[in-house]
Design a protein around this ligand. Sequence first.
Ligand code: ATR
Length: 283
Amino acid sequence: MPLSINGQAKLVGLIGYPVEHSLSPVMHNSAFAALNLSWCYVPLPVRPERLGEAVAGLRALSLVGANVTVPHKEAVMPHLDHVTPEAQTIGAVNTIVMREGKLIGYNTDWQGFLTALSESGFDPQGKQAVVVGAGGAARAVVYALAQAGAQVTVLNRTLARAQALVQDFSPLFPSLPLTPQILEERTAKAYLLVNTTPVGMWPEVDKSIWPENLAFPGHLTVFDLVYNPRQTKLLRQARAVGAKAVGGLGMLVHQGAVAFELWTGEKAPVETMYEAANKTLGR
Ligand code: ATR
């Protein structure tokens, strides 16, 4: 369905750098069209040194909302009028809503992760989970798992970053260096393994956080936040032994759905969004 842009059209932007490869524009524009909304979602490449000007531009141009992506998710926070407690705790904003002239910062990544995890049939309540990585994406995932009542171990290449993360959320969660031995030991006792690092992402599709010479535990559910390629090497390693493997596209769609609902007040057409993202991803 073509977009219908008239004089009442509302504009939502994506602030990031780079933004060319984002799936969000097609996902949201398809959703606006499906609901017959005269809304438009545009990619806005913003260099780091111009972030303040860009946020001022959102106000000046009366955008109704925005998404924020790498590298601005943390840096954008001081430029907003209000940041929700969840986004404060996570330390990152991925969605901005203009409400009564004020810019409100939200984080919808954690909800996107929980919805996608639940769609896969995994209930994290009371379960041991291993999260690999300690960057912004890991912070949203650990927050989500803690909210859902899981016990989380954070493994990261740089131990200090994992330690800092658990201090901020739940000092009782263990933080350990990412080594083959620790990965093996910790996943043996866990039910869920989440990769939040970019390892395995296109074009480095032959890489995996799971070492080649280590047998993959068949009892695990594996969630890889990487969605390009859809079938990462980590997911192939898991599937090869019959383990449940979930890719990152569902999280992308569901974080977008929550943002869509915040902006429009309408129920997001999740299937349409999923189809648009899937088609654009191709292969
Ligand atoms: P994001 O916001 O997407 O989480 P980030 O904040 O740059 O991105 O964090 C990337 C995470 O992936 C970090 O935990 C990083 O580990 P370090 O803290 O040691 O840098 C992890 N990471 C990136 N490349 C990696 C690799 N080749 N092997 C292991 N971990 C890697």
